[in-house]
Design a protein around this ligand. Structure first.
Ligand SMILES: [Zn+2]
Length: 367
């Protein structure tokens, strides 16, 4: 799809799923230069498949350049979706042989849902992120945390004052950074280009081709209303008419492969604690219908102290992942609402969000 056009520039016809960031990366060129050469293209917007772009300068057709620094997309303040996660997982596997990865399921459109595990200890706990599509900024935070823990472990150094060799000998931490890859791609790059979905998605989105408000999966099911803990109650409360951007819990609990994978993965492990990262609100939800164990509130207060977030006792909410975990296991489960603003939060917040998320994750080692 790329051809030479004169001496020093070439043309590229965009494919489904391209963004200006991805095209710049593919050609190894500066995004500002690419935008300057294509004045009709707007940064941050999905490219329509078939858009012809001018690719400036004789940079050649090199495949994607690794990001600067330690080579992780998760370190860059840039959109982060399935391709970036796959790149980062491969980079982490190459770099850290002791980091375990596995696929816990696949999305509706067949994308892998990947889990990382760091540590070998008997205290097993779990954090997940990007269950809601327009909260994708939570995904790179978990990847960055895995990378930071692994780097400290390998170097025999402390990470934020913590002895990672000891912590990771005591604990095994599982991380699923991207629970809802199809939904995240929908937000980042627009319609999937699948005839079976495009027209329907557009209709559910009231004809709007940008999906920035979308929280659900590609079938319009809100994955955090999918879990068998008061599912009917939540359905009646939400009273969603049907599939859409948010609030529709699906035709039945765990009807969606992403939620089912998460539940199965959880059942197969013996997590003593779970954290589900969302945006936004700077709050930590720690209870569910008085099923939570006594230490849950104290843990939430500890997470609140290290992050500056407010622990909140919720009522009138069911069918979320942490609700189900608490009800099923009577162990501590938390929803952490990172950051403050309108979703999707701007990538300029990435480093600040990481400070707060990392503080909470490190505190979870002590639970
Ligand atoms: Zn959310």
């Amino acid at each position: 799809m790329q051809q030479k056009d004169g001496k020093d520039q070439q043309r590229y016809v965009s494919r489904q799923g391209d963004t200006i960031v991805r095209v710049a990366r593919r050609f190894g060129i500066n995004m500002t230069a690419l935008l300057a050469a294509n004045p009709l293209v707007t940064e941050g917007e999905a490219l329509q498949a078939g858009t012809e772009l001018v690719v400036p300068s004789a940079v050649g057709l090199a495949e994607s350049q690794p990001p600067p620094g330690r080579g992780l997309h998760a370190d860059e303040p840039a959109p982060y979706g399935f391709a970036e996660l796959m790149d980062d997982v491969a980079a982490l596997q190459r770099r850290f042989s002791f980091l375990h990865t596995e696929t816990i399921g696949t999305s509706v459109l067949g994308r892998r849902i990947v889990a990382l595990r760091i540590g070998t200890g008997g205290k097993v706990w779990f954090a997940n992120a990007a269950m809601h599509a327009n909260e994708w900024i939570t995904a790179p935070l978990l990847v960055r945390f895995a990378a930071d823990c692994a780097a400290a472990l390998e170097a025999g150094e402390r990470f934020r004052g913590r002895d990672m060799a000891r912590l990771l000998a005591e604990s095994s931490v599982w991380l699923v950074p991207l629970v809802n890859p199809d939904g995240v791609e929908l937000v980042l790059t627009g319609l999937p280009g699948e005839p079976a979905y495009d027209a329907q998605l557009l209709q559910w989105n009231h004809g709007v081709p940008r999906f920035t408000r979308w929280k659900a999966n590609i079938r319009g099911v809100d994955l955090n209303d999918q879990f068998p803990a008061g599912w009917e109650t939540e359905r009646d409360r939400r009273a969603a008419e049907g599939p859409g951007a948010r609030d529709y819990g699906g035709p039945a609990p765990l009807s969606e492969p992403e939620a089912e994978a998460l539940a199965r993965f959880t059942r197969e492990r013996d997590f003593r604690l779970v954290l589900a990262f969302h945006t936004q609100g700077r709050e930590i939800y720690w209870n569910y219908r008085d099923y939570e164990p006594p230490e849950a509130e104290e843990l939430a207060e500890r997470f609140g102290r290290v992050s500056g977030y407010r622990p909140v006792k919720l009522s009138g909410s069911d069918a979320g992942y942490k609700d189900w975990f608490i009800a099923e296991y009577r162990r501590p489960g938390f929803t952490v609402e990172l950051g403050f603003g309108v979703n999707p939060l701007p990538v300029s917040q990435l480093d600040d969000l990481y400070e707060e998320a990392a503080a909470i994750l490190l505190a979870a080692f002590d639970a």
